[in-house]
Design a protein around this ligand. Structure first.
Ligand SMILES: Cc1cc2nc3c(=O)[nH]c(=O)nc-3n(C[C@H](O)[C@H](O)[C@H](O)COP(=O)(O)OP(=O)(O)OC[C@H]3O[C@@H](n4cnc5c(N)ncnc54)[C@H](O)[C@@H]3O)c2cc1C
Length: 671
């Protein structure tokens, strides 16, 4: 009887054994064959889109367009995507009109607003990750923008969950360490015998992303009991994601489609990561990167987001923050540069619909616009550089767009609501000194708050903090702007001799997925922000009557692309038809591993490339810089995953070996 049972179970155990062995080989192999993979990497042609490579060779050819009837292009949207598109195309002798609904006509979501008392405000503080190659590249060509003056150095940040401070994420790659030695052949030196030096030495000799847990400083002082602390077993359980990470191929539409139909919650369940790791590390990051909870985030988006922002290369998690408003520091000089090249930038110009004439030309109709533009603009080509929900609305009112196959599902596109709160406080008479991170090491925030943020001026907070009802599904970031933006820094005030009464300490609180409270009035939202800060930092709640002197609340309703399950299916290619193009952080970037600002720049360059090809423009500058190549280890993992997928094709997301064994033992039939 027992024998028969064993025989019956044999095929199942055999396949379990194959899977466990192959996943082990996959992990071990990743480290055992780096030399082979490294050679493979060096010999491999970079992953440049062939179409883009073609246009790369024509960069800077200074085309005159060749005729007097200039091609007229209307660009709708003045954010990173719209400006990058104009930057690429404006080297040709063409007429470009950029229309943006916001009054200032530049900066996109960030905009450039003022508080009640005319202090500068922006919708969200903007960070630039190390691998934002195309974004840095484009900033480098803006006259009047010196990247090292506009952005601070890479800065550490602190991660907080509902249970308190989780970890300090230090700057992973220091200037003098070079890249992982496997890539550069350099062995980092052990500088001294301090714990910090040992950590950096070990991390520098490990392939990414294994350096991350070594360098992250976990906090052991969590307040809610032992269960909420991360221990080594929790961190190791994260390895369960390796199989899916390797199996998922950023550059393959098919792979996206498989993973995109599943929620990230299933991905984490299949990976067998512990509840503590999910609550303390994974979930807070999801709430601030794709800005949604695991059940409402596609597994493809979660994997891609972690890959791009953290895992793809050594130091990928490192961020530089703007030293002031990006609207003023970057978009201001950029607008001037584009205008010098003849681009017409019109703020306060809201497009209501787009018509197409029989002769193939378009009419862009305006719901509101500066007088000289009239009600409609006729043109040869239109570029939509608006967010996903705005594109959905435009398609709904424009049969010329909604009739296209590529826009069939635009009505299903969803956006995430963000609320940005800026709090201007009376400076504390005692200045707190010698603080880490940011561009300035002093603050005049209340001392308890200053000390709670001593490791970094940036606190990244998960959902559910302080048991506050409105924050159940809302993540947020707290920024001490006195340490990040020059114009609010103690050093600047001293240098300029600003009188005491004109000085302020500034806190910014940006909430992501703020749907549950976006309709509250400003006063209620300010109070919520003060409660959120006090709970996250464990500090006294600021009494608004005492020291709060000015506030600004900005609401961005459904404005941020929501990568919910199935969303990739609705995301269009940059070319909708001859003459109609689209770009932005929700548009298919054909395999280029990029997100947010970088994705907007990449898709803008890809759209510029497609338009240039269709209209024979030879002066365009639209080469896309490829994303980081896979490390030797990831490359080896991927090769093994491909083999494994051929031998044992999983029905959905592949489980980790330990979840697979558990499924087999419990009689589940879904390896
Ligand atoms: C709070 C917050 C914080 C963020 N932090 C970061 C960060 O740290 N790093 C990062 O990389 N990204 C960050 N992002 C995301 C980043 O802002 C976006 O990825 C980026 O703005 C996308 O640029 P875009 O040009 O594609 O679109 P948008 O910035 O959305 O620009 C679209 C433009 O189109 C205009 N428009 C819309 N409809 C119409 C119409 N009908 N007619 C005319 N104009 C129209 C809008 O006015 C807008 O200016 C953050 C976003 C938010 C909300």
């Amino acid at each position: 009887m027992v024998k028969r049972q064993i025989y019956e179970q044999l095929p199942r155990f055999t396949s379990a054994l194959i899977l466990v062995l192959s996943q082990s080989i996959l992990v071990v192999g990743a480290f055992a064959i780096p030399i082979y993979s490294r050679t493979y990497q060096f010999n491999r042609v970079g992953n440049v889109d062939p179409l883009l490579a073609l246009w790369e060779s024509t960069d800077g050819a200074d085309d005159s367009g060749g005729n007097d009837d200039k091609l007229r292009i209307v660009v709708v949207g003045g954010g990173w995507a719209g400006y990058s598109f104009c930057e690429s195309i404006s080297h040709n002798n063409v007429e470009i009109i950029l229309l943006d609904a916001s009054k200032q006509g530049r900066g996109g979501l960030a905009g450039g607003y003022r508080s009640k008392n005319d202090r500068p405000v922006e919708a969200g503080i903007h960070g630039f990750w190390r691998e934002y190659r195309n974004t840095f590249d484009i900033m480098n060509v803006i006259e009047g923008v010196d990247v090292d003056e506009v952005l601070g150095d890479f800065s550490p940040s602190v991660l907080r969950s509902k249970n308190g401070k989780v970890a300090v994420a230090p700057v992973l790659l220091k200037e003098d360490e070079g890249e992982y030695r496997g890539q550069l052949g350099r062995i980092p030196a052990l500088v001294n015998l301090s714990e910090e030096s040992f950590r950096r030495f070990i991390a520098a000799n490990l392939p990414p992303p294994l350096d991350l847990p070594v360098l992250a400083k976990l906090d052991n002082s969590m307040t809610k009991g032992d269960n909420s602390k991360l221990n080594p077993a929790d961190l190791i359980s994260g390895l369960g994601l390796l199989g899916a990470w390797a199996d998922f191929e950023q550059e393959s539409r098919t792979s996206w489609e498989i993973y995109d139909t599943q929620p990230a919650s299933l991905l984490f369940e299949k990976a067998g990561i512990t509840d503590a790791l999910l609550d303390e590390l994974v979930s807070p990051l999801l709430h601030v990167l794709p800005m949604c909870p695991a059940y409402d985030c596609s597994a493809a988006a979660a994997l891609s987001c972690f890959h791009v922002f953290a895992l793809q290369s050594r130091g990928a998690f490192d961020v530089r923050w703007a030293r002031g408003s990006i609207s003023e520091k970057i978009f201001g000089p950029w607008q001037k540069q584009l205008e010098r090249r003849g681009v017409i930038v019109a703020g306060g110009a809201r497009v209501s619909s787009i018509e197409k004439y029989k002769n193939g030309r378009y009419a862009v109709e305006l719901a509101s616009a500066p007088e000289d533009l009239g009600n409609a603009i006729e043109c040869d080509a239109v570029v939509l550089a608006v967010g996903a929900t705005a594109a959905g609305k435009l398609a709904a009112s424009s049969p010329a767009i909604s009739s296209l196959e590529a826009t069939r599902d635009f009505d299903k596109l969803r956006g995430i609501t963000c609320v940005a709160v800026r709090l201007f406080l009376k400076p504390n008479p005692s200045i707190t000194l010698n603080l880490n991170g940011g561009s300035h090491d002093k603050t005049t925030l209340p001392p308890d708050m200053a000390n709670a943020m001593s490791d970094s001026p940036i606190s990244v907070c998960g959902s559910g903090i302080g048991g506050i009802d409105e924050l159940k599904e809302t993540g947020f970031c707290i920024y001490d702007l006195g340490r990040m933006h020059d114009e609010f820094s103690v050093d600047y005030y001293n240098e300029k001799g600003i009188v005491e009464s004109d000085r302020v300490a500034v806190l910014e609180v940006d909430f992501y997925r703020a749907n549950s409270f976006v309709d509250l009035d400003d006063e209620q939202i300010v109070d919520l922000a003060l409660r959120a800060v006090s709970s996250a930092l464990g500090t006294a709640k600021i009494n608004s009557d005492d020291i709060l002197i000015d506030t600004a609340v900005l609401r961005a309703r459904n404005a941020v692309s929501h990568f919910s399950p199935n969303s990739a299916l609705y995301s269009p290619h940059v070319k909708l038809e001859d003459g109609l193009y689209i770009c932005g952080d929700w548009v298919d970037r054909t395999g280029h591993a990029s997100w947010s600002t970088e994705k907007s720049v990449v898709t803008a360059r890809q759209a510029a490339s497609a338009l240039s090809r269709d209209f024979g423009l030879r002066g365009s500058r639209c080469s896309v810089i490829p994303a980081a190549k896979d490390t030797a280890q990831l490359s080896a993992l991927r090769q093994s995953a491909r083999v494994l997928r051929r031998i044992l094709p999983p029905k959905s997301i592949p489980p980790s070996p330990w979840v697979f064994v558990k499924q087999i033992l419990s009689g589940e039939n879904d390896p």
